[in-house]
Design a protein around this ligand. Sequence first.
Ligand SMILES: [Zn+2]
Length: 159
Amino acid sequence: MRSVGKRTPSAYATSWAIEYNVAGSLLTSAGGVRETLFHELFHNNDEDHGDWSARRLQADYDAILARCGARSVACLAPYAPNNTMVRGGTYYAFQPNNGNAVHEYAAELAVRYFKEQSEMLSAGVLARRAFKCGPVQNARAWRALVEEFFAGRDLVPGC
Ligand SMILES: [Zn+2]
């Protein structure tokens, strides 16, 4: 698809379909395409697992937002699974007025999983702190994601 007069959304997912923007702002490199498609594919899987993210992550997600607010980048940084930012300056995982944004948090968490597993496979070590070794909410979300969608497989060493 293509948006009139803009380059967003880059992609979106619903009911095992992914709409791909042929001029999407996130789709300007192979890495951007891969990351965006992984994010969108996760939405499909999340939906297929009975809206898993809303059932399993909502309480911690709401607590993070209650503590930080949606636009305090410094406060949210330790909780943000990925570095995608939106216009207006917050993490995509915590963007207000975007439906139930726990879905975006979960999809960004899945991208973080993909990035950390890939890095472990290629380099054998992470260049920055593992997501699960951040605040306790990160550890809980990570463990739940790994068990539900990745058969418990996690190449990142314990903290
Ligand atoms: Zn999304």
